[in-house]
Write a protein that binds this ligand. Sequence first.
Ligand code: PEP
Length: 257
Amino acid sequence: MIKKPIVAANWKMHKTPQEGIHFISELNNLLLDKEKPSIIFCPPFTSLFHMNEMISDLDISLGAQNVYFENEGAFTGEISINMLKSCGVQYVIIGHSERRHIFNESNKDANKKLHNVLENEIIPILCIGEKLEDRKSNNTSKVLMEQLKDGLAGINKDMMDRIIIAYEPVWAIGTGVNALPDQVEESHAMIRKILLELYDNNLNNNIPILYGGSVKPDNSEDLINTKGVDGFLIGGASLNLEMFSKIIEIVHNKFMR
Ligand code: PEP
């Protein structure tokens, strides 16, 4: 059976609830009755509640961009997994490079969040990826290994059946410069190899690995046809109706051939 590809939209700090709802209703009009990949929207927290009410009849899922690892307490400005669940969230992005590099989140933080999310039966989208200096100094595999080893510490094999990995090279995020298909193929293969090593080859080899980093309509065909790519995590282009619906169509076409 062909795995259904995933297209996840990371809206970052963009769109009010009203703008988000408008976007989804326009997208739904464009895609009405068409077969689609699995689509996951990760809007800002303020949009989750209303978007959940709106998408209940649509073939779209809801994700959050972050979560705190404690369940309750004096953590001003943070949000708990239960709060997200009460808004219908089914996925949570963890360890996005903007969280790592702007908010100093470590692999250890990502790991604590991952445990909390998985224990609450929500699916994490764990983001990993190297910086430009890592790639230039041939340290990509070392960085990916560290992020996976520390990020997945204590996560057992059964939990790994409910995880999505997003390979997002930091130098490609929001820069307009995507990783080339060869680079993506190589990194995705590295990630699979590392996962198998970490779990002594005793792992379901179907864990979805998404690519993220300046995906646009004009590069999405080459990227989705790249070996090892199970879908995309998209920032900038997911904010634009025309671009996002075009990418959805391209991803869908690949899997219908
Ligand atoms: C992202 O935010 O995860 C991302 C990949 O952004 P962009 O598509 O804008 O590079």
